[in-house]
Design a protein around this ligand. Structure first.
Ligand code: GLY
Length: 438
């Protein structure tokens, strides 16, 4: 079976690596990712929003199925466009992808279908009404542009926004700049607790969840500094998290199943990967947001312990016949190596040296992200996350140690968070959750 992977980051590297076990992987990417290029039967470097080019590449290689990595082409309707020329996709149609690309759609769906785990919120297309809502809302708020903003649009009072006056100024900016493509905003209550991710395979009717994972969005040690795409994540041997019980995991999965049923009724069957970003609060799991694709870095956690045939599962998803999958009972830790000053980096283009042999000898794995291979085969940094380093072991503690050793074999103008998945940080999370629930 031939499968075309679209996208150029570590998430797509992890997807391609899993597919490569049983399928012929072709890739279409914005820049030459060395990991993807090595796996691919054939790769094409081109603009990921140029669907004509993607179709040309797929047709010239007689490809009938695609796996869409990032959200941007989903928003532009790549799945619908490929379907028009007979190529089916692991990824939702434009309408179904609104669960990520339109936050007003997502919150209304929860309201209309009475789905659990929702929050107090308001959607506004009028600036004054939005500001009045903030004035009368007697709790801290979260301000969200309605459309996609590359993870940079959500701002929280008490974090990026000092108070409600700053929140109102930010709302004005969203309206004036049409941030995320909408002259509107969603304002929500601030959730307190521990965040976690559950990803799932779905064919639009059946939903099969993957192990839970927890990402670390803050740039610096101790969960401080600016919010990033994610500095590292872990998953545990029992597929839960040290602070997440089976009962709360099951409740979260039920919310995801109800969401898929609602999307099918409201829009179209959602076929692909659903990523649920949850907050475990004193009242149980609440949905922060959904993504219409695998997480990055969380894809690396789950795909490294995936114990089934991803190509077969992909076929079942597009045919609406999703059946079963399985994951190894092992823990995983992924840490991102990022350019100095990230996330405020300017494209550095400096060389990063990776001793893949030494890393492989440790049993660790690397996934190339926002780097590119130049004409001399040197790997160069850009302005974003460079390499995901992943280790799998019987415990989070052992995997974390291997991950740290592996990172010592990467040289360049880079840094990483050494505290991700350490016992100290995990204990802090357990204690935090106890406080929240008390
Ligand atoms: N880890 C955050 C994301 O994938 O969006």
């Amino acid at each position: 079976m031939k499968i075309l992977v679209i996208g150029s980051g570590a998430r797509e590297h992890a997807i391609a690596k899993a597919l490569d076990k049983t399928a012929d992987v072709y890739t279409y990417m914005g820049k030459k990712n060395p990991g993807l290029a090595k796996i691919s039967k054939k790769c094409c470097v081109g603009d990921e929003s140029n669907f004509d080019n993607i179709i040309k590449f797929a047709k010239s290689n007689d490809i009938k199925m695609a796996f869409i990595g990032p959200e941007a082409p989903l928003e532009k309707g790549i799945v619908d466009t490929l379907a028009d020329v007979g190529i089916c996709s692991v990824g939702p149609t434009r309408k179904a992808a609104q669960i990520e690309t339109n936050k007003a759609f997502m919150r209304k769906l929860f309201e209309d279908y009475n789905i659990g785990g929702s929050v107090k919120y308001g959607t506004f297309y009028d600036l004054k009404e939005a500001c009045d809502f903030i004035d009368t809302f007697d709790e801290a708020v979260v301000v969200k542009p309605i459309g996609l903003t590359g993870g940079k649009g959500v701002k929280i009072v008490g974090d990026q926004l000092a108070d409600n006056d700053e929140a109102k100024k930010y709302v004005k900016e969203i309206f004036e700049t049409k941030m995320g493509g909408f002259e509107g905003v969603v304002i929500e209550e601030l959730l307190v607790g521990e965040e976690y991710t559950i990803q799932a395979f779905t064919d639009g009717c059946t939903l099969i969840p993957m192990p839970a994972a927890q990402d670390h969005p803050h740039a610096f040690e101790g969960n401080t500094g600016p919010i990033t795409g994610g500095m590292g994540s872990y998953s545990d041997k029992n597929h839960l998290l040290p602070f997440l019980s089976k009962e709360d995991y099951d409740k979260s999965v039920q919310i995801m199943k109800d969401t898929i049923d609602a999307i099918r009724k409201e829009a179209e069957p959602y076929k692909g990967i659903l990523y649920g970003q949850f907050m475990l609060t004193k009242d149980g799991p609440k949905v922060i947001e959904y993504n219409a694709r695998f997480g990055d870095p969380e894809s690396m956690n789950v795909l490294s312990i995936f114990n089934y045939d991803l190509a077969k599962v992909s076929k079942q998803i597009v045919e609406g016949k999703l059946d079963q999958v399985s994951f190894k009972n092992q823990a995983s830790v992924c840490k991102y190596v990022v350019p100095e000053n990230y996330p405020n980096t300017k494209a550095a283009d400096t060389i990063i040296k990776v001793d893949e042999d030494k890393i492989n000898d440790l049993g660790a794995q690397i996934y190339y992200a926002a780097v590119y291979q130049d004409d001399n085969d040197d790997i160069r940094l850009t302005s974003s996350r460079a390499i995901g380093v992943l280790a799998v072991d019987d415990t989070i503690e052992a995997a974390e140690k291997t991950c740290e050793k592996a990172i010592s074999y990467i040289e360049g103008e880079v840094y990483h968070r050494s505290d991700v998945a350490t016992t100290k940080l995990l204990n802090e999370k357990i204690e935090h959750m106890k406080e929240v629930k008390s």
